[in-house]
Design a protein around this ligand. Sequence first.
Ligand code: R5P
Length: 271
Amino acid sequence: MDWGLQNRIARFVKPITGHTVMLAADHGYFMGPTRRLENPRATLEPLLPFADAVAVTRGVLRRSIPATSDVPVVLRVSGGVTVLKEDLSDEAITTSMEEALRLNVAAVALSVFVGAPHEHQSLVSLAELVDEGEAMGMPVMAITAVGKELEKRDARYLSLACRVSAELGAHLVKTYYCENFEKVVEGCPVPLVVAGGPKLDSDRAVLDLCEGAMVKGAIGVDMGRNIWQSDHPVAMLQAIRAIVHEKATAREALQMLEPGRKPSAARSAPA
Ligand code: R5P
């Protein structure tokens, strides 16, 4: 891997642990003003000091994140369809590599829709983006999207989608946690991060998901709704950091959510 590409990845996959806590806020591009992300600037501002990266579109980046921020950015570059359509797989590249470089981002991300009506165009977009990324020193993260078919999220399907993404050259893959997640990890030769999906029933369920993913071989999370739709988003992000970077168990991390608990260190604080 070329120096620039490695260096960009090292901005958000922290070299000291090899792990990452990415804050996903790239929902509005197809879901509109998602609950508790109606005003991205207000939602993200208190969370950014605790995130190893933030995942957004160029619109939110320019309008809602100060250019003086030192948080690494993973730029969503695919889109073109909204929740009003039944088939969410009809995406194309919506932001150029030149724009990604201009915005000085740490990586670009696109969704791939394996098995969906527009599988072919999303996979070709991934391959073309990787060609450009390799030429420019820009890491590419593939997101194994399932559209509205959340029931697709099992080890058999996700193993296929992650492996195909890696074979086409993705440098990182974002996928879902599932039963037998270790099989997904085993079949994927590039690092995996997990999304959270729609908000889970309890804090403990979120932390169990994070612990399970880390124990089974993920390098981190790229999580949104289960953080910023929480009633205590900063504490939740800190608790997830403890699991990802400090090997805390879900039970230990849950204690960090107790009211009155002293906050733990921000991303930029010395270890
Ligand atoms: C979908 O819009 C994006 O890929 C999200 O970044 C991804 O689903 C992670 O966010 P959440 O944890 O809310 O599922």
